[in-house]
Design a protein around this ligand. Structure first.
Ligand code: ME8
Length: 514
């Protein structure tokens, strides 16, 4: 079978510090989309990585008395550790310090230079001497250095520039012809007005620091960060090398998932680089919203960074993933709070889903000696539940097609909620007291178990550990054919499976202890 291909990427994060819950948000969202595409029959490639060059990293290493590579090596290990803990299943992790990446960046910059899209000029900017960094006028805070708040001076530096301006009209036309390229639409409009104000050429090299990829035709220059970083999306696929099978297979990417802070680089610089190289453009750049704290933006200096490892330890990885994906619609900003997290755990996970499973398995244990019975012909109440179950997989697919992860989860929970209501309406605990209602009891308990199977298959991309805990309770751990997306056709759960009430999936959190 020739599966549809799907290539998704996260930003490659700076190894300047430990990652926080904001980075976890992007990567967990990308992982869930990748897993969702896999379970719905796509051939998926999921890339993440680290963006290791630049002055800031060079300086952080110096401050610790380490070489830059020793310094980043350790932080990159901590990235990979975090992704393991978050059950992030990437296909590849690209580091910009790897030779396979450097070679491609040099090839790209060389080609752009040869075809006249890169030229030498001088860069003028506001220079902060203690920080050894140039800033644009726009980056300054009240005319001072945005990092250390000291005086800056206007200086010039010899640099290479990428002729972005030449491509502005082609870019605008592309954006008009491809209205879905930049998501959400609000970001698209921002980018269009930004380019319409006049696109300047981009400074792509620096001479004030060393920790970077050398410009091949002028090695006193290093490639400035964005050209280096963005190229990761094709260097990881072996673009331009002897073995470019992955590139041939997966490029162009289906989705670059990024935070709104870097939408501009991904939707203007990157497409123009690709146009200049005559390569296809990614299908979509999704700029998600910001995870905020009451105390403002998360930053180490403010000491308000939320460490995902601590949360995983406390609440478990599935609950954290669920909270991040459910609470924040992908395009919008949202506030992080531990209280909201605990509420999601108590209401959605413990009450709605966990309790549905535990009360139903308990009743099957009590009334039917733990053996699931086949249902009888459905009545009206049953039909309503069954119809909703039958529609939900498609509703989830539709939401995921639009990258509306929160909405996809809401659809699954609508079904879970309907099943809880169905239990109240049909009251199996009353039916169990009346022997003449035995068929009806079988039908009701079967229907709820089938809904649980549906919901559990559908949540697997978002909470990958839950199905493994639920299948034994339903007695179908040895039936992988009932764990697939294709199996979401009503009535697949066989009669006679041995059901048992298992461990509590999501223990309730005592809100007073937060
Ligand atoms: O920008 N809420 O790396 P970076 C949501 N190396 N997402 C957040 C967030 C928050 N509070 N804080 C960070 C870089 N993020 C470059 C990328 S790509 C070719 C190069 C996430 O380490 C969000 O995805 O600063 C944001 O875009 C990214 O982390 C920035 O990571």
């Amino acid at each position: 079978m020739n599966k549809k291909r799907f290539y998704i990427t996260t930003p490659i994060y700076y190894p300047s510090d430990k990652l926080h819950i904001g980075h976890a948000y992007t990567t967990v969202a990308a992982d869930s989309i990748a897993r969702f595409k896999k379970i719905t029959g796509h051939d998926v490639y999921f890339l993440t990585g680290s963006d290791e060059h630049g002055q800031k990293i060079e300086r952080s290493a110096q401050a610790k008395g380490q070489s830059p590579i020793d310094y980043v090596d350790k932080i990159v290990e901590s990235f990979k550790h975090l992704w393991d803990k978050l059950d992030v299943e990437y296909n590849d992790f690209i580091r910009t310090t790897e030779d396979r990446h450097k070679r491609v960046v040099q090839m790209v910059i060389e080609q752009l230079y040869k075809q006249g899209d890169i030229y030498k000029s001088s860069y003028e900017g506001w220079y902060c001497t203690p920080c050894e960094t140039f800033f644009t006028e726009y980056q300054l805070v009240e005319g001072k250095c945005p990092d250390c708040n000291r005086e800056v001076e206007l200086l010039q530096e010899e640099s290479y520039f990428f002729r972005m301006s030449k491509y502005a009209d082609r870019w605008l036309k592309y954006i008009e012809d491809n209205p879905d390229f930049i998501q959400p639409t609000s970001r698209r409009n921002e980018m269009i007005s930004f380019v319409k104000q006049g696109l300047e050429d981009l400074c792509v090299s620096r001479t004030t620091f060393d920790w970077g990829i050398k410009v091949p035709f002028d090695p006193k220059h290093v490639v400035y960060v964005w050209v280096d970083a963005l190229t990761n999306y094709i260097s990881a696929l072996g673009y331009g090398t002897e073995d470019d099978r992955l590139y041939q297979k997966y490029w162009p990417a289906n989705v670059h998932l990024v935070g709104k802070d870097i939408v501009r680089f991904h939707t203007i610089i990157w497409p123009i680089m690709l146009m200049a190289l005559d390569l296809p453009l990614p299908k979509k750049v999704m700029g998600h919203g910001w995870l905020l704290l009451d105390s403002g933006k998360m930053s180490k200096s403010k000491g308000n960074v939320v460490d995902p490892l601590v949360l995983i330890e406390k609440y478990g990885v599935d609950a954290i993933r669920y909270y991040l994906l459910r609470e924040l619609p992908l395009g919008s900003d949202g506030y992080y709070s531990e209280e909201a997290l605990a509420k999601r755990i108590n209401v959605d996970l413990a009450n709605d889903y966990g309790n549905l499973l535990s009360r139903t398995t308990q009743m099957i244990g009590k009334y039917q000696q733990g053996l699931l019975q086949k249902p009888q012909a459905p009545g009206d109440l049953d039909a309503e539940l069954i119809d909703l179950a039958a529609q939900t997989p498609q509703a989830v697919e539709d939401a995921m097609e639009k990258l509306e992860i929160s909405n996809a989860l809401a659809n699954i929970w609508k079904l879970v909620g309907r099943a809880n209501k169905y239990l109240e309406e049909t009251s199996p605990w009353v039916l169990a007291k009346d022997e003449s209602q035995a068929d009806r009891l079988n039908t009701v308990l079967y229907n709820v178990m089938e809904v649980i199977r549906f919901a559990t298959v559908m949540i697997s991309p978002f909470m990958p550990n839950i199905p493994g805990k639920v299948w034994p309770q339903l007695g179908i751990e040895e039936k992988p054919e009932l764990h697939t997306w294709e199996s979401l056709k009503w009535g697949q759960l066989p009669g006679g499976t041995k059901v048992h009430k298992g461990e509590v999936l999501f223990p309730r959190i005592d809100l007073t202890k937060i």
